[in-house]
Write a protein that binds this ligand. Structure first.
Ligand code: PRP
Ligand code: URA
Length: 208
């Protein structure tokens, strides 16, 4: 498994802004979308292109275009929705596959409550979107679902990941590449990432 920490100065700056105590819902949501755009840019670097000759203003010109129709973004409900529009800004024709998972607050294990995947999953590259990779349980469950549906190329995009979660995903799904804006220090006793962002879902939706 490759873990790509996207250390572009814009990503570092924006993530730093997101860590501020008392940040407004509006600003957190805007920054989540902006960082999602930058992660998507990195995660799509290896998309295949094909050459095509078109009529340009001065005659025929060879251009490149993305081959096929093959991306599905996969926001993990709820917080992953905060990254969806940022990703779709760059791949506007991508299909959206939605997976609903929440973490049981006692056991920290994921509970699945929704799944609606796009068609032709075998042909698609899936870009899983979730701001937080903490214990890794939610991501492992989401990847299990995508693989059951036949998906063979899966990447995950996260704002912040904990080393413990990265190790769990590596053990379960070594073929999946992860793009993260930051790898933080650790999890606390409640399974929150330190220093982290706090509860990303609550901050994106303005709950609590
Ligand atoms: C958060 C987050 C991830 C999960 C990460 O979701 O958005 O999906 O926790 O934790 P894990 O790596 O330990 O599984 P949460 O359960 O808070 O639900 P929400 O998105 O509905 O707020
Ligand atoms: N979910 C969050 O929203 N934040 C964390 O730090 C861990 C899980």
């Amino acid at each position: 498994m490759a873990v790509i920490e996207v250390t572009h100065p814009l990503v570092r700056h924006k993530l730093g802004l997101m860590r501020r105590k008392g940040i407004s819902t509006k600003e957190f949501r805007e920054l989540a979308a902006e960082v999602a755009r930058l992660l998507t840019y990195e995660a799509t670097r290896d998309l295949e292109t094909e050459s095509k000759t078109i009529q340009g203003w001065a005659g025929p010109v060879a251009v490149e275009r993305i081959k096929g129709i093959k991306i599905t973004v996969v926001p993990i409900l709820r917080a992953g929705l905060g990254m969806m529009n940022g990703a779709l800004d760059l791949v506007p024709s991508a299909r959206v596959s939605v997976v609903g998972l929440y973490r049981d607050e006692e056991t920290l294990e994921p509970v699945t409550y929704f799944k609606k995947l796009s068609g032709r999953m075998k042909d698609r590259t899936a870009l899983i979107l979730d701001p937080m990779l903490a214990t890794g349980g939610s991501l492992v469950a989401a990847i299990d679902m995508l693989k059951e549906a036949g998906c063979r190329r899966i990447k995950g995009l996260f704002l912040v990941a904990a080393p413990e979660g990265l190790a769990r995903v590596e053990a379960a799904h070594p073929d999946v590449d992860l793009y993260v804006a930051a790898i933080d220090e650790r999890l606390n006793e409640q399974g929150y990432i330190i220093p982290g962002l706090g509860d990303a879902g609550d901050k994106i939706f303005g709950t609590k």
